[in-house]
Structures are given as C-alpha cells and as structure tokens.
Design a protein around this ligand. Structure first.
Ligand SMILES: [Zn+2]
Length: 430
C-alpha cells in the first residue's frame, strides 16, 4: 500500500491533555515544539466534549449536528423504545446502524482518501467506539485491541494490538508499532495515533497529582518519538504535515448528580426503566432523549432544569443548533453542568459536577472528567509543524473540526463542505 505521492499527514492525539498543563516542567517536548511550530492558543473542543464525539469531529471536520454521534452515550430505539447505550462498546456501531440505518452522516478522512485510492491508518488505544468512529464504515485500516479492521471492515490478524491496555505502557507499545510499521513501512497518506494518556490517569487520579503529571510526561515523550520519526523520514518538513493535539481537557469532579432520579421525583419521568424520557450521561454534560420529540414534556423538563443550580448552560429545541447539536432528533435537551473556578489540592483550576452514569459505579469525585462546556475541558491544545506552516502563536479561534480540512488541503483534496476550515499557514492570516 505504499503510495507514490510525497505529501502525507501524521496526527498524534494525547487524550484529555489540557493546554494549560503543558509547561517546560510537565511536557518539555510539547512546550518546546509550541515555540518553534504553529501553536493554536484559542483551540476548542466540540460539545459534548467527549472522546467519541470528538473522534468523529476530527475525522469528519464536522460538529455532532452534522456527523450524528452525539456523545459518549446515546439513546437508541432498537424497536422497543429508547435505551441509553455506550458509544464506546465494540458493538455500538452495529447497533447505531441497525437503529438508524447508518453510522456517521458525513464522510470521514478515511473515506475521502479512499475516493482518491489512498490509505489511512489509525492506531488507537482508547475505547473501541472512539477508535471505530474514526472510520466506522471501513475505508482504511483501524488498529485496536478489541479488533482490527482493514478496508471493507475485514477483520485482520493484529497481534501487536491484541494485548494492549489503556495507560502509558499500552500507549508506548502502540507508539513503537506506529513508528516502525505504519510510518516507516506502510507510509499511508494519513496516519493517526490516539494515546490513552493523560485521559486514563486523569479519570483515576486528581488532576495535577504526581500520577497525572507522570502520565502527561509519558505522553509528551511519545509525541516526541513520533515527531523524530517523522522528521527523520522528511527532514525539511515539506512533505509530512505533523499535527499534535488533544480532543478536550478536563475539570475536577465536584459532585455527582442523579439526574434520572431528580426527573422521577419531579414527576417528569415514570421510572428508571421508562422509555418516554431517557438521560444519556456524558460526564460533565447530559443529553435528554424524548419518545415524542414534539411533545409538551420537552418544555416541562426544560423549565425544571432551568431552575436547577447545577445546570450551567442548557440548550433545548431549536437552541441545540447553537451548541453544534442537531435539532431534528429524539435528543431535544442538552445541558452542560455548572463549572466553578476553584483550584484543586494540586493547584489545578476548574471544578464541575457530573451526571451519574448507572453503568459506571466508580466514584469520580476529586478526579478528572469532561463532556461539557467548562473553560478547562474546552481547552485542548493544537500544534502544527511542517507542511508550510509558519511558526508562531495563533490567537484566532480554532476547533477540532479544522483538523480534517487542514489535512485535506495538504493532500490537495477538496475540503470545502465541512464545518471546519483549513488552518492559516501564516501567523498574520485570518
Ligand atoms: Zn475521558
């Protein structure tokens, strides 16, 4: 599958790494790279700021309103009413396709490359859902411990991915393979490496704690390893565009809200199992699905939520469009939980409550989480090097959805039908 064209793009994602946690002490390589490459200082995630919705936005250049994956969890009606499902499960893609007739509603980078007969390879050490939604219809190669696929979604034998677990050891093994097998041997037009750190540790330790800082340093070293491989293959930086960033940041969990119970107590939902109104918890955000999206229950629930002090921002009905969410689905209300500007015991600012997820019993209070519109969970980082990018800091807003058009422009492919736009080569460019 070696291609003849010289231009390629390599993307490395450090899941959950907050831009403000990159410093010469915590992440020496990224800190140094941001000085000598194009650094996007006002970079933002999408809403919900969850890894699965973000993965689809990076892959499609579109917000959830257009790509259709509305968070880490989504309610689907598979014939017996709405049920909340985890989009991270290996079978979610098939459930979504059965329930709605399709997966993502717009083409991914992998599909766009396939139109030109070119290959993409993704190596992801995150949930199966986040890995598969980069290329849910099988146009390129996806490597994941839960199963790897080639074009046509043909399962492939992949012992190098089979035993990997989340955390820095798994990330390190995946990076080794990415550098030697993918970058040096196969050389696809687009190669994506998605590290589990510092997300994995951030969910299981306080932000800024020694464990969390070690995870950040570990991810930083792996980005360096990929960058050095890339620049060994292309010393001038003309051919290989190097992109590194995160999908979102994190806030510290302040409290856990049992939203389903509150709705039952307020007389707005029959029972935990009832299907007329279903909550899809998304960390520091939640989406609410209605069996009758045009019914009067939507307004009653919106009025109830407007009076709750843990609700930060609420989007209902037509207002969902302002949050980058669709207005024409069963999901009729989305809330981002109220973020606070407090500092945690390790000097990291930003707290927010989470909506309790019945499928996840671990106590998260004091650890990191994301999903909403809090200022820190909405602060991913983005650095672009090579490919004609002038070094220097960009202050103009950028978003996850700008990555796909930037990659496609580098490959001389059409990119004008996305929500995002190709990022400016020059500092002064608007
Ligand atoms: Zn996460």
């Amino acid at each position: 599958m070696t291609r003849s064209g010289a231009e390629r793009a390599v993307i490395v994602i450090c899941d959950s790494l907050r831009a403000d946690l990159i410093s010469p002490e915590t992440a020496p390589f990224l800190s140094e790279l941001s000085e000598r490459a194009a650094a996007f200082a006002a970079h933002r995630s999408v809403f919900p700021s969850t890894t699965r919705a973000s993965a689809a936005s990076i892959a499609t250049g579109c917000r959830p309103a257009r790509h259709g994956l509305l968070g880490n969890t989504m309610a689907l009606d598979e014939g017996e009413g709405l049920v909340c499902r985890s989009a991270g499960a290996p079978d979610f893609r098939d459930r979504m396709r059965r329930a709605t007739g399709r997966t993502l509603h717009v083409p991914t980078l992998a599909e766009r490359l396939r139109w030109h007969g070119e290959d993409s390879v993704s190596c992801a050490n995150v949930s199966p859902g986040a890995a598969y939604f980069q290329d849910p219809d099988g146009h390129g190669w996806v490597h994941h411990s839960a199963g790897s696929f080639g074009p046509g979604r043909v399962p492939i034998d992949d012992p190098a991915s089979a035993g990997l677990t989340k955390g820095i050891a798994g990330d390190r093994a995946m990076t080794e393979r990415f550098c030697s097998d993918v970058l040096e041997e196969r050389a696809p037009s687009v190669a994506i490496l998605w590290l589990s750190e510092p997300d994995y540790t951030g969910h299981h330790a306080p932000l800024g704690s020694p464990q969390h800082l070690a995870a950040i340093a570990g991810a930083d070293a792996l980005v360096k390893q990929v960058f050095e491989t890339v620049r060994r293959l292309d010393p001038t930086g003309e051919d290989i565009l190097f992109v590194t960033g995160s999908d979102h940041g994190m806030e510290t969990v302040a409290d856990s809200i049992d939203l389903t119970e509150l709705l039952i107590a307020a007389g707005l939902k029959e029972s935990r199992e009832s299907r007329e109104l279903v909550v899809a918890p998304n960390g520091t955000a939640a989406t609410l699905y209605f069996a009758d999206p045009a019914g009067e229950l939507v307004g009653r629930v919106a009025r109830f939520l407007a009076g709750e002090n843990w609700v930060g921002e609420m989007f209902a009905g037509e207002r969902l469009g302002a949050a980058g969410l669709p207005t024409d689905t069963a999901m009729q209300i989305a809330v981002s939980l109220a973020a606070e500007d407090r500092t945690n015991p390790h000097g990291v600012t930003g707290y927010a409550p989470i909506v309790q997820d019945p499928s996840d019993n671990e106590s998260k209070i004091g650890f990191g989480q994301h999903g909403g519109l809090g200022p820190h969970e909405q602060r991913p980082f983005l650095i672009v090097e090579g490919g004609g990018f002038e070094p220097g800091e960009r202050r103009q807003p950028s978003s996850l959805v700008d990555i796909a058009p930037t990659v496609l422009r580098h490959l001389h492919m059409d990119h004008d039908d996305m929500d995002g736009r190709a990022l400016p080569h020059r500092v002064s460019e608007r």
